[in-house]
Design a protein around this ligand. Structure first.
Ligand code: UD1
Ligand code: UDP
Length: 380
């Protein structure tokens, strides 16, 4: 049996790695070992519960207001022991967090093969998003197998000289997770979410957490939201606020106590994904939400200046609007009043996946280790 260890630590990594773990566990060829750094705690545990994943190793590294140095050093030292005990044949890491990079680095130090899931996304701006762009590039330099979600991400890797045979275009596993989770007949068990009249109200769903947006950029965004909710009586803002105290502080200062602004705790993935399906507009600086919302036909205003996910921007469902107060206000207002523009942006498209990414990743692994002759069919 091939020993595969997955290493992850934050909410989005868990959501996107879960379909891979479930697929690996279905196959007799693999022994699957799950290691979490727990760079996130509550937000990670929410996902582990939903997908019924019980980690074999939990480094439990999170501390309040942790720095990049805290995460990097604690995870690296914790992984040293785990990797030398388990000695996996291959480690899979996901995406662009500090856990991702450190998982790859620790594996390299132990000369263990590394597979990078969601490889090849690039903005080409070292500091945006920070530190994610460099985390991806550094992980990419170490990775032996690259699971690129889209042809665009494959092309980024090819341009950097990665051998074509080491790249597999798989689709993004986030669409696998979404397919398992969003249902037309979903009923919220939360009092607030079940009491909202989604047909009559205009729901603006908001998430923010990027390090480069902390401080003034976030304040500008929230001030724009305040102006919008005061102007439009039929707007309800639902804002599941990230656990980061640096985010919470600004949110509370600008939006706390306002009528029709619902500041709530991070939602479990199931209600959150179903809420996206019922929202009118989504404002976010999240990577994952940029991938999920287009599949649900929801216009997304991205509160960033760059994106490593250009596919939905080209398709017209996602718009990069940055964090300037008047721009956020104008662009969102336009979507609230201009039906044509809204209809244009609200067309469901699926540039990121077809729900079979995890199967492709597992098939690629089986081929790499010569455990199958079945052909690998790319996501197109
Ligand atoms: C991290 C990732 C980012 C990813 C994001 C997803 C890095 C450097 N950043 O950013 O790439 O997009 O996760 O959300 O890898 N906290 C809790 N409970 C939790 C989670 C966080 O209390 O369950 C608080 C803690 O005080 C923690 C702080 O949030 O110190 C920040 O967490 P951290 O992982 O450092 O940064 P994120 O902004 O979450
Ligand atoms: N998400 C969630 N609950 C919330 C907000 C977001 O489950 O309250 C999900 C969302 O659907 C997406 C992922 O978390 O799959 C995105 O995580 P985040 O924005 O924290 O990180 P990023 O994708 O930017 O790295």
């Amino acid at each position: 049996m091939l020993k595969v260890m997955t290493i992850f630590g934050t909410r989005p990594e868990a959501i996107k790695m879960a379909p891979v773990i479930l697929e690996l566990k279905r196959r007799p060829e693999f022994e699957t070992v799950v290691t979490v750094t727990a760079q996130h705690r509550e937000m990670l545990d929410q996902v582990l519960r939903l997908f019924d994943i019980k980690p074999d190793f939990d480094l439990n590294i999170m501390s309040p207001e942790q720095t990049l140095f805290d995460i990097t050093t604690k995870a690296l030292l914790g992984l040293e022991g785990v990797l030398s005990t388990v000695k996996p044949d291959i480690v899979l890491v996901h995406g662009d967090t500090t856990t991702t990079f450190v998982g790859a680095l620790a594996s390299f130090y132990n000369q263990i093969t590394v597979g990078h899931v969601e490889a090849g996304l690039r903005t080409r701006n070292k500091y945006s998003p920070f530190p994610e762009e460099m985390n991806r590039r550094l992980t990419g330099s170490i990775a032996d197998l690259n699971f690129a979600p889209t042809p665009t991400s494959r092309d980024n890797l090819l341009r950097e000289g990665v051998e074509p045979a080491k790249i597999f275009v798989t689709g993004n596993t986030v669409i696998d997770a979404l397919h398992r989770t969003v249902r037309n007949d979903f009923v919220f068990d939360d009092e607030l979410l079940s009491s909202i009249d989604y047909d009559r109200k205009k729901i603006i769903l908001v998430t923010t957490h990027r390090r480069e947006n902390l401080g003034e950029p976030m304040r500008h965004v929230y001030e724009a939201l305040k102006q919008l909710v005061e102007e439009f009586a039929d707007v309800e803002i639902i804002f599941p606020v990230h656990k980061n105290p640096k985010v919470r502080e600004i949110v509370d200062a600008v939006l706390g106590g306002l009528d029709r602004v619902h500041l709530i705790d991070p939602l479990d993935y199931e209600p959150f994904a179903n809420l996206m399906g019922r929202a009118t507009i989504i404002l976010t600086d999240s990577g994952g939400v940029q991938e999920e919302a287009p599949a649900l036909g929801k216009p997304v205003m991205v509160l960033r200046d760059t994106t490593e996910r250009p596919e939905a921007v080209s398709a017209g469902t996602v718009k990069l609007i940055g964090t300037d107060r008047s721009r956020v206000y104008e662009e969102t207002r336009r979507l609230l009043v201009d039906r044509k523009e809204y209809a244009r942006m609200a067309e469901a498209i699926n540039p990121y996946g077809d729900g079979r990414a995890a199967q492709r990743i597992v098939r690629a692994l089986l081929r790499h280790y010569r455990l199958t002759d079945a052909p690998f069919e790319e996501f197109v």
